[in-house]
Design a protein around this ligand. Sequence first.
Ligand code: NAD
Ligand code: UDP
Length: 340
Amino acid sequence: MHNILVTGGAGYIGSHTCVELLNSEYNIVVIDNYKNSWEESLKSVQKITGRIFKYYECDIKDSEKLEAIFKKHKINAVIHFAGLKSVAQSNIFPLDYYLNNVWGTINLCRIMKKFFVKKIVFSSSATVYGDSPEIPFKEDTKKGKLSSVYGKTKLMVEEILRDIKKSDNEWSISILRYFNPVGAHESGLIGENPKGIPNNLMPFISQVAADILPELTIFSDDYETPDGTCIRDYIHVVDLAKGHILALNKILINNTFDVYNLGSGVGHSVLELVSAFEKACLTTVKYKIGPRRSGDLPMLYADTTKAKKELCFCASSDIEKMCKDTFNWQNKNKSKYYKK
Ligand code: NAD
Ligand code: UDP
């Protein structure tokens, strides 16, 4: 059985992927510095799967600790989620973002190389396409201008991984560009628990529906889209997690360098998401229309042909299911939200 090191495994996407890895009979070792997560989510992963695994509080920048973990466990491949992810914060604290996301990844790869572990799946993002007008985005779409430091850290890491592969063909690498992950595990035991007021649409809607926040502000309805609100590609986090297993299976068998879009391939507007939430959760979501948010693109969604063809990837959950699972998670974890 392969041993997979999961960095950032206590986080939102990481914890859901840990569940799928364990359900797919992989062994896992998790590291996380809990900067944006809690150890509790790893205990929930054990509860959901009925499987025990080792996890460590460890920063990917901490070479000594990381080496000790590689020494102790025979790692076959790494799934690398650890990173800071706030677009707004990245522009305020660029050094923190470059240090954590770029230098952290370099450090991880150096240590992987030292221990002859040359297989990695990396969490990238649709933000690397910048403001490219070619919608839907294909993996080889010419990139537009990037407006955030966060997006630049993802693009830099992609380039670093490309250069590593060029320099040493033994590496096998899969870069996954996520679109908008939402939803939660059906059990309601793991999900997204943003600290403070959420920046993203789905957790915001869900907190309005639960009366934690008074009202949603929709960032404008004057875009050139059918209902005037922005269109995004929402993907259920469990579908996304399953995509990692497919990518991992491939890098373990083949010696490869791949880039894949992981999205649903379908675009939904803000108003569509609000009304889907109301319908799926039998609730109302109070909203008002406000001004545009700087840097927002009117429309983006993925062309998922490549992931479908090469990985047999399929995002099967629709937006109703995404909304239902989000609300279920939130309702089962009310104390977490109210205590903030
Ligand atoms: P998250 O914040 O829930 O998870 C990231 C985890 O990494 C957290 O548990 C955090 O504590 C940990 N971490 C951060 N820096 C670390 C470090 N130096 N050492 C060890 N652990 C560290 O975020 P997520 O939504 O699960 O995202 C996972 C990855 O996917 C991130 O790299 C993110 O940039 C990327 N991504 C996320 C989205 C999204 O919308 N959620 C979209 C595209 C890409
Ligand atoms: N959005 C909104 N109100 C909010 C948060 C988001 O109207 O409080 C809109 C935002 O303008 C965008 C869409 O919802 O068009 C998705 O935003 P999110 O931040 O979740 O994802 P991203 O813009 O990073 O794709």
